[in-house]
Write a protein that binds this ligand. Structure first.
Ligand SMILES: [Zn+2]
Ligand SMILES: [Zn+2]
Length: 284
């Protein structure tokens, strides 16, 4: 079954290297046969809200169809960094404060509910993007990621959990491939009890879990073995009753992903594409 939706797309307004204009997205999605989709630029802390205001203006000016939506991608951050940033103690906290916080810091999201409403944000994709002040040691990071994932799964603002267990940064081989810690050598290193607890939390709170194409299923810096193990994990979540959603995580200036290849992989994994998460068209 072809992929027809994409709920994780970055525009040039995002704080990272994303480069796509909303106009080019609208044309590109139509060309790729993607009928239902949404833009999701990053909000790590309120410092990024100017980007979201710019995205909102560009989105509205492009006169999008009712099946195009306005979302954001938030991160799991800490109360500690939000407070420091609110006090003006950091000059340009584009990615919050990534060092020096207390281990076990109280978890938080950087998007106040009143800002979500003011900006007309229709849905919230939320991801774990970095460890929160724990040592760079595989077991500590696994526990920390699980703690963050559970926090997001229980947070009332969150609609979709983005790319569970995505990893970037340390432990990358010189050829650019991740083959070792914290779990990139073998996804079964993560205790099954964590997956059970996450699956239960997601179902109890009615969240969707993302099939992220660019950062996970098609990520060229992960091994094929890892990507397959990860796909089996997503298929297992679906068989337990978890709703899955599709996200290209496109950061390019030209919209797209290798949707054909992704479709083949998802089919081989036995993922049922007819029951994916979808936001109804907006009403005017
Ligand atoms: Zn992300
Ligand atoms: Zn993203």
């Amino acid at each position: 079954m072809p992929i027809r939706s994409d709920w994780h797309i970055h525009t040039r307004n995002s704080c990272d290297e994303a480069a796509l204009t909303v106009r080019d997205l609208l044309a590109g999605a139509a060309a790729c046969g993607i009928s239902d989709f949404g833009i999701t630029d990053h909000v790590h802390t309120p410092y990024n809200l100017l980007d979201i205001e710019a995205a909102r203006r560009e989105f509205d000016a492009a006169c999008p169809p009712a099946s195009a939506h306005f979302g954001v991608e938030i991160s799991c951050v800490s109360e500690w960094e939000l407070e420091k940033i609110a006090r003006g103690e950091v000059e340009r906290p584009v990615y919050g404060i990534r060092e020096g916080g207390p281990a076990g810091a109280e978890l938080a999201v950087g998007l106040p509910e009143e800002e979500r409403r003011r900006l007309g944000i229709e849905y919230v994709v939320a991801g774990v993007h970095w460890p929160l002040y724990v040592p760079y040691e595989a077991d500590a990071i696994t526990r920390d990621y699980h703690r963050q994932l559970l926090f997001l799964a229980c947070h009332p603002m969150v609609t979709i959990i983005a790319h569970p267990w995505w990893w970037m940064g340390r432990w990358r081989d010189t050829d650019g491939i991740y083959r070792s810690d914290p779990w990139l050598d073998d996804f079964t290193r993560i205790p099954a009890a964590m997956h059970r607890e996450f699956s239960e939390a997601v179902r109890a709170n009615g969240k969707a879990v993302e099939i992220n194409l660019g950062a996970m299923i098609l990520n060229p810096t992960y091994t094929e073995r890892f990507r397959w193990q990860y796909g089996e994990y997503l298929a297992a979540l679906q068989s337990e009753g978890v709703t899955l959603s599709i996200g290209s995580d496109c950061h390019d200036a030209i919209y797209g992903s290798d949707f054909d290849r992704a479709e083949q992989i998802l089919e081989r994994l036995g993922i049922d594409m007819s029951i994916l998460w979808r936001l109804p068209s907006r009403e005017y």
